[in-house]
Design a protein. Sequence first.
Length: 431
Amino acid sequence: MMSLFKGPMRQHIQGHKELTEHVEAQELKAGEKVYIPLFCGASTNLEVLVQEGDSVCIGTKIAECKERFFVPIYASVSGTVAGIEKRMHASLKPVPHLVIINDGQYKEVASFEPLNYETADRETLIDFMMNAGIIGLGGAGFPAFVKYKFAKDVEKLIINAVECEPFITADYKTIFAQKEEFVTGLMAMKKMAMAKEAVIAIKKTHQDLISFVEEAVKGLDGVSIAAVPDVYPMGWERVLVREIMHKEYDRLPGEVGAVVNNATTAIAFGDALLHGRAIVKKTVTVSGTAVKEPKNVIVPVGMPASEIIAACGGYTEDSVKLIAGGPMMGKTIVNDAFVIDRNMNALTVLANKPYDSISCLRCGKCSDHCPAGLQPVRIAQAVKAADKKTMEKLCAVDCIECGLCTYVCPSRLDVTENVRKAKRQLQLAKK
Ligand code: SF4
Ligand code: SF4
C-alpha cells in the first residue's frame, strides 16, 4: 500500500552552492586507465562486444544489454581493452568494469548518425534514444526511453532543473554550457511524450538560470518555466508533480498525465541527436567542507574518484566522509577507488567528525518532515526489534531515502539508515 502524503515538504536546507557555482568547470584528462561499469539501471546482464587487446575509440560501443529495457554502453577514452575487473560501484554493489588502457590520443568516432528531431517521427526518436544509451541522469540511471514508449495522454513534460541537493551545481553549470543541446533534447522529448506542454522547473532563487532559460526557449511553442520554492526535496518527482500540476499519483507520474526527466537527461539526448555522441563524459561537482578546491569537473565516464579528488587538491582532513552524490541522498563509500558512472553528478567530501547521538526525544520532527508521509522513528524502532510486520505496516518501502529524517533529528540519530535497512529487508523478502 502506498503511504499517504502527509509531510509538509517545506524544509529549506543550507545549499552551500556558492562553493562551486561561480567557479569555471575544469575538463580533466583520463589517467592511465578507465574502468567502465558494465551496469545499467541495476542490471549487469550485458553482452560485452569487445575483447582483451581490442582497440577502441571514444564512442565505440562496448556492451549491449541482454534485457528488453536496457541500453548500450560506449567507451569514454581511446586505447586498448585490458579485460574485465570486478570493482565496488558507487551504488555499493560489486560490478564488472571494462578496463581500457588510455592511449592518450582521445580518438573519437561518432557512436551513431545524428538525427533531426523535427523531421523524425516519434517511434524513430524513441528507438534512437534507446540505441544512444540515454539513461535518466537524475536518479538511478534507468533507461530513459521506457517512459516515452509507454507515454499516454500526457499533459505535461516536466524538465527537472531544480537540483535541490546541497553542494551540487553540475546541472546548473551544464545548462549554461550546453544551451543548444538542452533545447533540442527537451523539444524532442516533448514530441516523444506527445505532451501538450513542457514545463522547466527551476528554483526561484536561481534567477540567473531562469533568465537564461527564458531567453533560450523564447518563441518555442508550449514551453514554459515554473519557478519553484527553494525547499528540499523539491526535485523529487512526486513533489514536482504536486507543485506544478496540483495532483497526486500512486506509482508513476504517468497516472496523472506527467512525464518527468532531468535537465541533464535532455542535454545528453540533445548531444546524441545533434552530434551522434553517447554519454561518455560527465560534469561532476566536487564539493563539501573537506576537499581543498571545490569545483565542477568534466571527466570521462569510468575515471576513479581518487584521481578526481587529487585534481581538486586532495582532502583537507585526515578522516573524511566521501559521498557518491550529495549529502542527503548520496551513498557514503569507504574508499575512493570507485569510478564515475553515467548517472553520477557529484562527489561530496565532508569532515568525518564523530558526534554523540543521544536517545530519541519523541519530538516527532522526523515524521513531520518526511515527504513520503512516513513515521521514520517508528520504522527505526521496528528495525531494532526485527519486527518485519510493523515495517511493512508502516510502508517502509515507500521511503525515497531523501535523508531529511536524519537531517532534522535533534538527537542526531541516523534515522534514514534504519529506514533504509527496513526498506532493504522488505524488498529482499519480496524477491
Ligand atoms: S529518508 Fe525516507 S523516511 Fe526519512 S524523511 Fe526521507 S523519505 Fe522519509
Ligand atoms: S526526529 Fe529524532 S528525536 Fe525526534 S522523534 Fe524522530 S528520531 Fe526521535
